[in-house]
Design a binder for this molecule. Structure first.
Ligand SMILES: C[S@@+](CC[C@H](N)C(=O)[O-])C[C@H]1O[C@@H](n2cnc3c(N)ncnc32)[C@H](O)[C@@H]1O
Length: 268
């Protein structure tokens, strides 16, 4: 798959998840988005770009922090995400949402005080190019804040492995994560100042194993599930339940994720 095919596949995947994304009564992306905006320190009146805005779990906390004297622009590749988030932002005249590639933000130089990227940079084939573009659209002294995963719950990792084992050979493999280690992140940010990397624990509670199964279809994990032949989906669900069983606590299933938040300043 070449870069433009990979981009189209990511857009199509998230388009399918757009309706149900964070809509199953599970708090997963919302606390992560709030943590990112808090660490970015978005202030009233600031001009903010949120790339890969999805359903706005970074965008809306940023809009609240920037306030009506600010400007908040969200972009995403998936039309379904853009349409729903634009509709949800209709009463916030300082917020706009449009189709756009996080790898190539199409704005004049120095447009923004802050660029935010929540759980999106690891989808980009060449993150270096995106980071260079963010230095261009930020004003001197502007801030970048992005989130990646520091550590998935080991039970979640085991579930992914069990599901990947049911995919045909060559499918279900995830591309290498360029953001896995803090030192790899720092190596991508050598031209930035004041790089800070922190971790945020996020606990996600599900009412039962079936709730987790339905949730897996509502975000990026759907790509893995769609690689499993339809006739093996019952087997996949059983395998997921077995892998998830250590996370059952009383009536609930609890996953504990560590989000990693990186902040950096564009040299003045
Ligand atoms: C895991 S979701 C995160 C959404 C949101 N930032 C949040 O924190 O909830 C990833 C989002 O990035 C979008 N995305 C993936 N690659 C992208 C790209 N190259 N440009 C813009 N958006 C992209 C997807 O469509 C999806 O909405």
């Amino acid at each position: 798959m070449n870069a433009s095919e990979a981009k189209a596949a990511v857009a199509a995947l998230f388009d399918k998840t757009a309706e149900s994304y964070e809509e199953l009564g599970v708090e997963y992306f919302a606390p992560m988005g709030r943590a990112l905006v808090e660490r970015a320190g978005v202030a009233p009146g600031e001009r903010v770009l949120d790339v890969g805005c999805g359903r706005g779990h970074v965008l809306f906390p940023a809009a609240a922090a920037a306030g009506p004297r600010g400007t908040v622009v969200g972009t995403d590749l998936a039309p379904g995400m853009v349409a729903r988030t634009a509709e949800a932002a209709a009463d916030l005249p300082w917020v706009s949402v449009a189709l756009g590639d996080a790898a190539e933000p199409d704005f004049p130089d120095g447009t923004f005080d802050v660029v935010l990227a929540g759980l999106v940079l690891f989808f980009l084939p060449v993150p270096e190019e995106a980071l260079a573009a963010y230095t261009r659209v930020l004003r001197p002294g502007g801030r970048l804040a992005f989130s990646t995963f520091a550590r998935h719950d080991p039970v979640f990792g085991g579930t992914v492995k069990a599901l990947a084992a049911l995919c045909p050979p060559g499918q279900g493999e995830r591309p290498a994560d360029r953001f896995e280690k803090p030192e790899e992140i720092r190596a991508l940010l050598t031209l930035w100042e004041a790089v800070e990397i922190t971790e945020v624990p996020v606990e996600t509670r599900f009412s039962d194993l079936d709730h987790v199964w339905r949730w897996l279809w509502t975000h990026g994990m759907r790509g893995l599930l769609e690689s499993i032949p339809t006739e093996r989906l019952d087997e996949a669900r059983e395998a997921a339940y077995a892998a998830l069983s250590p996370a059952v606590e009383g009536e609930e299933v609890v996953l504990r994720t560590r989000l990693r938040v990186t902040t950096a300043v564009r040299p003045g």
